[in-house]
Write a protein that binds this ligand. Structure first.
Ligand SMILES: Nc1ncnc2c1ncn2[C@@H]1O[C@H](COP(=O)(O)OP(=O)(O)OP(=O)(O)O)[C@@H](O)[C@H]1O
Ligand SMILES: [Mg+2]
Length: 297
């Protein structure tokens, strides 16, 4: 796949702090690319360098397509920090001001307000907006110039589950238009839901990069419940291809090879287990994330 952005040994040191170290990465065009990592791992610094607000100590990056940096900069919509909106002005008035600054024209204002679900409230003053609405307006501002690339730093920070789901839907809708989205997040579940690709940073270094679907290629997680949980636990442990089993609330999670799911369920019923719950789940990104970080230590 053609990269929209490639970084080459991108590095940022603050004195002795190695915020980002030798980051070489391809971000595929049209992907929703999640940058994951614990606090302080260099996510914001990386995005800042891509947006030219932080000067790299070493290394470089390149965008597909146009040659000049200024040209490229105009093609990016970003959300690095919550933008300052005028509290007593409406969404429409605020976007008009931003459009003028961005030389974007006012013709897309209604469209972006519809994309982020604020069209009905377009004439309300900004100060009357909820946190989720403010965040959606920030996304609308980022979309004003119809950029092919969006860079978002923790776009769901501080939002409740409904607000998070709204932002997720907007990101998915934007991705459907063929745009590339790069987003930093620490919400692994969210990244798994919206991202097609992801990488993991740890102390400024790249420790993993790949498609999200790779996460569950060879193993299948099966969530199980039975009338006799004790018998279920023992029987699962006696299933020869079992990779691992663990407890989760009132369920047992069995990790088995992906091609053994039907054989596994037959095995359980042959052993006389009365199954009340059988659910195949993808190995969570959270599990993979923690496993990868553990390997680094
Ligand atoms: N202006 C700065 N001066 C000195 N150190 C900095 C500066 N900005 C970032 N750092 C350091 O660089 C490292 C990476 O910070 P960064 O903000 O990129 O991490 P992050 O992954 O975005 O973290 P978080 O998840 O908390 O947002 C941290 O150790 C941080 O303290
Ligand atoms: Mg950050």
């Amino acid at each position: 796949m053609k990269p929209a952005v490639s970084t080459h040994q991108l590095t940022k040191h603050y004195g002795r702090i190695k915020a980002v170290e030798n980051l070489t990465l391809d971000i595929p065009e049209g992907s929703v690319f999640g940058i994951l990592g614990p606090n302080g791992s260099g996510k914001t610094t990386t995005l800042g360098m891509l947006l030219d607000v932080i000067n790299p100590t070493y290394g470089s990056y390149s965008w597909s397509g146009s040659a000049s940096k200024t040209e490229n900069r105009c093609k990016i919509g970003s959300l690095l920090e919550t933008p300052c909106f005028y509290p007593y002005l409406s969404a429409v008035m605020n976007l008009k001001i931003i459009a003028t600054i961005k030389k974007a024209g006012h013709d897309r204002i209604d469209e972006v307000l519809k994309t982020v679900g604020l069209y009905e409230r377009r004439n309300s003053q900004y100060r009357t907006y909820s946190l989720g609405m403010k965040q959606r307006l920030a996304l609308a501002a980022a979309l004003l110039s119809n950029p092919p690339l969006l860079i978002l730093d923790e776009p769901t920070n501080g939002l409740d589950p409904v607000g998070i789901a709204e932002i997720r839907d907007i990101i998915l809708a934007v991705a459907k238009l063929g745009k590339t989205v790069i987003l930093a997040s620490h919400l692994l579940d969210e990244v798994q839901k919206v991202c097609s690709h992801f990488c993991i940073l740890d102390k400024g270094r790249l420790v993993h990069s790949g498609p999200v679907s790779d996460v569950s290629e060879s193993e299948q997680r099966v969530e199980l419940g039975a009338t006799d949980m004790e018998l279920l636990r023992e029987t699962i442990k006696a299933y020869p291809p079992l990779i691992q089993s663990e407890e989760e609330k009132d369920k047992v999670i069995a990790l088995i090879p992906i091609d053994k799911v039907s054989e596994f369920s037959q095995f359980l019923s042959k052993k006389g287990i009365i199954i009340t719950h059988f659910l195949t789940r993808r190995k969570s990104l959270e599990k993979q994330f923690l496993d990868i970080l553990k390997e680094q230590q």
